[in-house]
Design a protein. Structure first.
Lengths: 787, 244
């Protein structure tokens, strides 16, 4: 049988259901983010681990010029190496039916006896037969994007020769979960694909029979990847090794890790805000309920219930609200994890997804949810139930007001009395006003923090496309050439302007600190491909020395005036000692920049180019595209117009989904806070407000007292929220920054404006719901019932 | 001292009701609060509505004050019929013409005495200054005090000042002395009396205290929703002369 007191509990809950629900939803949002992000992380982590394990994803990677296969035996002898795989990899142009510009293909040789490491996962058809030189298996996303089903013919320019290949199957590779083409800023399944070809075919095309140019290793359990990489570099130096690296610098893996970092940071920074607001709300609502039930508390005591029993009764109500929030948060969290994993599945290509909940996140979130209820309710409950029975049964003393300095100021303002009522109410209950301020500013802060990530992405886009890369097309040459290549390119159809580019892989060393990166040369007066900082401002290159992005400089512990050893990892393979002359703000990039004359003077060579940046006449694009496919010297190309279009599309699509979700979550806080605050205000002052109606105030005039107070607090809270949001965004930037990527901290006016508007709209909407109740007040009965 | 009798009032009525009936339904229960009230109240007149608890006097006052509508019958304020007035029309009517005084004062606790009066003068067409209204009820020196700092009698006098400050055509008082002791009650009645005398405001005063009828021009007695007696007071007294 349900005890009478428990029955009262359920009825109390039913009476304040809307308020309880508003609190539970705010709490639920926090728990959703926590549980959802953690489950997503766990799923990505588990999927990745299983995928890597099954496909024997390597732990150390090295690219070299050319080494005889025999070197693999020496590599296997390095301390800590468990397995070695050597292969031939190169870039090719792929002519896809229906695409004017050829796609870039990453060709990877497939060992006849089957690969040992980095096993491709067959998704459809079969792998090419070892003795069929004209067969190829394609990466699934690329094949899918073009409908290249097994049996389709494909024209590929490989090693300067055009050849016809037959597609045999579709595969996925652990090396290309996040498949980024050379020079691209995001995956493009149409323009970049992986081609697995039998080793003899690639070897023949590249004149690499009996040789390899990529080596990957799997290590023994206790081995140190860094030590192995150093030993490997030493061994491969004579063969043109360009520097070994561990998984942390493997492109696909690094991008996923960075994404997971962001998610993890989000799950750390957002939930506390929601939990704190919920605790305040529980405190506010329970406090009001207990104030209304004072006589009942007295009565319960009078008939013999102990203080402890009564306290537990009210605490149970708080716990019940907490439990509803937890349940809602869990459900929404699982939904969110599903949605995010589906979203990730578009960019991260896994052969399978191992969905997993995170039990510790469930336990933690439940403990936090109930903790919020106890924290929020505990003090109020205990203070109230401790009143002696007789005192509790008397109505509480009326709020007393007295005139202070502020009132004399109010007199001078000559405000209308309804405005005076608003101000006095705020001043009389500063604690409650503070909770409302805190809640609404938290809402604004969460919105600023959420929207700011798009600002960063857009800033990045503006910097990459608007300022840094104004060229229409970049051609990557298979080998560096002399400056005469510029003239050849200038003569291609539709080319309006050509600018040179040169990059060479290098190891940058400062004592014990070292980084694998590249040196990029810049020509004076370049207008197409320029060096810019995070804010899109062009970085002036001094005539001598290196200019480093901030992150790289910090990682190497150098600044202007320091010297760096630059070990070139491609011919001429020299080690240069160059001064660092400047550092500039750039979040991404592991490249040291230098003026071209300075670099080539240091190298004692004539200027060379490895990239050609082209500005085109759009009308002649067709003619150019027709020629590009047959230029043997071109190993790859980046169509910047297309890349930018894709970037914007991606941003727009994600923007809509994510902005909708973030806005809903952020607004939820404002709704929960304002709805509850307004409801309490109405409950406490309905008698007073009904009196105003009797005195001849219109509904609108009376509603002003309610709406005015809430909106005034909201408008004060918005700028506070902007400050708090900026602070949260800083924290987020700090948390997600790795030494590879650093988000620029840039918050636009639009973000501040949108966050403020969203919170104001949420507040206004919530107070309107309560206002409707005020409008419907029955004057006669409101006047009769005094509390 | 005998005051002027009812006969000297002009014939023009402020209020007129014709067969006003009010039925409340709560669930299956039907309560007939008023059963066919015919009543008229003239300019400048002070009428005491007398009756036991549940006799229907508050319901009648609420209907006259535009807080409630009759179930049947008609109500007129001067030439305007209130029977079918909209919510907004009733609000405008209360705002322009009616002053209310309640048993529990209904002051806004966060406003001082002067501000409580100003609350009404700010929305009235031709109000008197709040200070003047408070002087009239003898509270000039206390006007910067908050309700919690005033005694019950003082609070009720603030309520009266608030009611008269807009120069209403009618003053409707529901048990204005119900919560007060004799001496304080007499002060409040004195305030009402002087307003009626000096400003000529028609006043309806509800009470269940029969003694109070002697300050009025006329007494109307209700029982079970009907008028059982309606007669002029011939031996009027000053409020200070009342004892109960």
């Amino acid at each position: 049988m349900v005890r009478a007191l428990d029955r009262k509990l359920l009825r109390d809950l039913r009476r304040i259901w809307a308020q309880a629900l508003a609190i539970a939803l705010v709490l639920g949002c926090g728990i959703m983010v926590l549980v959802g992000a953690q489950a997503t992380l766990r799923t990505l982590d588990g999927t990745l681990a299983a995928y890597y394990d099954r496909t024997r994803f390597a732990e150390v990677f090295s690219t070299l010029k050319r080494a005889p296969r025999g070197v693999l035996d020496d590599v296997a002898l390095i301390d800590g190496v468990a397995q070695v795989e050597g292969r031939i990899a190169t870039l090719a142009l792929v002519q896809v039916p229906g695409m004017a510009v050829p796609a870039t293909g990453q060709v990877i040789s497939h060992a006849s006896e089957g690969a040992v490491l980095n096993l491709p996962v067959l998704r459809r058809g079969r792998m090419p037969l070892p003795d069929r030189l004209d067969e190829v298996a394609l990466s699934e996303p690329f094949a899918e994007a073009h409908g290249l089903i097994p049996g389709t013919q494909l024209r590929v320019i490989l090693g300067g020769q055009s050849r016809e290949l037959t597609v045999t199957g579709w595969v996925l590779s652990p090396e290309f979960v996040y498949a980024l083409g050379p020079g691209s800023v995001m995956p493009d399944d149409r323009r970049f694909g992986i081609l697995f070809m039998p080793e003899p075919a690639v070897a023949a095309a590249m004149d690499m029979t009996g040789a390899v140019n990529q080596i990957s290793l799997r290590l023994m359990r206790e081995a140190d990847p860094r030590a192995v990489a150093i030993a490997l570099d030493r061994l491969l130096a004579p063969y043109g090794g360009t520097g070994a690296h561990d998984r942390e610098r493997q492109q696909s893996h690094a991008f996923m890790t960075s994404e997971m970092h962001q998610l993890s940071a989000m799950s750390t920074y957002a939930p506390p805000v929601f939990l704190l607001v919920s605790a305040f709300l529980v405190n506010m609502v329970l406090g009001r309920l207990i104030a209304l039930e004072r006589p009942q508390i007295g009565l319960l005591k009078a008939v013999g219930y102990s203080t402890r029993e009564i306290a537990w009764h009210y605490l149970k109500l708080a716990l019940l609200i907490g439990a509803i929030g937890i349940a809602a948060g869990w459900a929404a969290g699982f939904w969110m994890a599903d949605a995010m994993i589906d979203l990730y599945a578009e960019y991260f290509r896994f052969p399978f997804v191992r969905r997993a909940a995170n039990p510790s996140a469930l336990v933690t979130s439940a403990a936090l949810g109930l903790g919020v209820a106890v924290l929020g309710g505990g003090r109020t409950v205990w203070q109230s139930v401790r009143l002696p029975a007789a005192e509790a049964m008397r109505p509480p003393a009326p709020a007393s007001f007295s005139r202070g300095v502020l009132d004399r100021a109010l007199d001078r303002l000559a405000l209308r009395q309804t405005s005076v009522m608003i101000l006095r109410s705020i001043l009389r209950w500063p604690g409650r006003a503070a909770i409302t301020l805190f809640g609404v500013s938290a809402s604004v802060a969460v919105l600023v923090m959420s929207y700011f990530m798009f600002d960063s992405a857009q800033l990045l886009g503006a910097s990459v496309f608007g300022a840094a890369n104004r060229q229409d097309l970049t051609l990557a040459l298979s080998e560096p050439e002399g400056e005469e290549a510029l003239l050849a390119a200038r003569s291609l159809p539709g080319v309006v302007k050509v600018e040179p580019g040169y990059a060479i892989p290098a190891r940058l060393v400062n004592g014990a600190a070292e980084r694998l990166g590249a040196v990029q040369a810049h020509w004076e007066g370049a207008t197409l491909a320029r060096l810019v900082d995070d804010h899109g401002a062009e970085v002036a290159l001094p005539p001598h020395g290196l200019v480093l992005p901030e992150m790289l400089a910090r990682a190497l512990d150098v600044g202007p005036g320091s010297w760096l050893e630059v070990e070139l990892l491609a011919p001429p393979r020299e080690t240069l000692r160059l001064p660092v002359t400047a550092v500039f703000a750039q979040g991404m990039g592991q490249e040291a920049h230098i003026a071209a004359p300075a670099l080539f003077a240091a190298l004692r060579s004539v200027p060379q180019v490895s990239q050609l940046h082209l500005s085109l006449d759009a009308a002649q694009r067709g003619a150019l595209d027709a020629r590009l496919g047959s230029l043997p010297a071109v190993a790859g190309l980046i169509d910047w117009v297309e890349v930018e279009r894709q970037f914007q599309t991606l941003l727009r699509e994600n923007l809509l989904t994510m902005v909708t979700i973030y806005t809903a979550i952020g607004m939820m806080i404002a709704v929960g806070v304002i709805y509850n605050a307004a409801q309490i205000l109405l409950s406490e002052r309905s008698y007073e407000l009904a009196t105003l109606r009797v005195l001849g105030f219109s509904r609108r005039e009376v509603a002003y007292v309610l709406v005015g107070e809430m909106m005034m607090l909201t408008f004060v809270a918005i700028p506070l929220g902007w400050l708090a949001g900026t602070w949260l965004a800083q924290g987020l930037v700090h948390a997600v920054s790795s030494d590879i990527i650093q988000l620029p901290l840039a918050i636009t006016r639009r973000t501040y404006a949108l966050a403020g508007i969203a919170a104001a709209v949420a507040a206004f909407g919530s107070v309107q719901v309560v206002r409707r109740r005020l409008d419907r007040i029955d004057l006669v009965s409101a006047l009769k019932s005094r509390e | 001292m005998i005051l002027q009798p009812e006969a000297s009032f002009p014939a023009r009525p402020v209020f007129r009701t014709e067969g006003v009936t009010r039925v409340y339904r709560t669930g299956a229960v039907e309560v007939r609060a008023l059963r066919g009230i015919d009543l008229s109240l003239r300019e400048g007149e002070m009428v005491v509505l007398l009756g036991a608890s549940g006799s229907g006097k508050s319901t009648l006052l609420n209907i006259l004050g535009g807080l409630d509508r009759p179930t049947e019958g008609r109500v007129f304020f001067r030439d305007t019929e209130l029977t079918h007035a909209t919510e907004a029309e009733l609000t405008a009517y209360r705002r322009a013409h009616v002053g209310f005084v309640f048993q529990f004062y209904n002051l806004v606790p966060s406003l001082t005495a002067r501000e409580n009066v100003a609350l009404v003068t700010e929305i009235a067409a031709r109000p008197m200054p709040p200070e003047e209204a408070l002087e009239r009820v003898g509270l000039g020196p206390r006007m910067n005090h908050f309700p919690a700092e005033l005694s019950g009698g003082e609070q009720q006098r603030v309520a009266i000042a608030r009611a008269i400050a807009k120069r209403p055509d009618v003053l409707l008082c529901d048990e204005p002395t119900g919560a007060l002791d004799i001496a304080t009650g007499a002060q409040v009645l004195e305030a009402l009396h002087s307003v009626n005398r000096d400003l000529g405001t028609a006043t309806v005063l509800i009470t269940h205290n029969a003694v109070i009828q002697r300050i009025a021009h006329r007494v109307v007695v209700l029982a079970d929703g009907r008028i059982v007696r309606d007669e002029p007071v011939t031996d009027r007294l000053q409020p200070a002369e009342l004892t109960w």
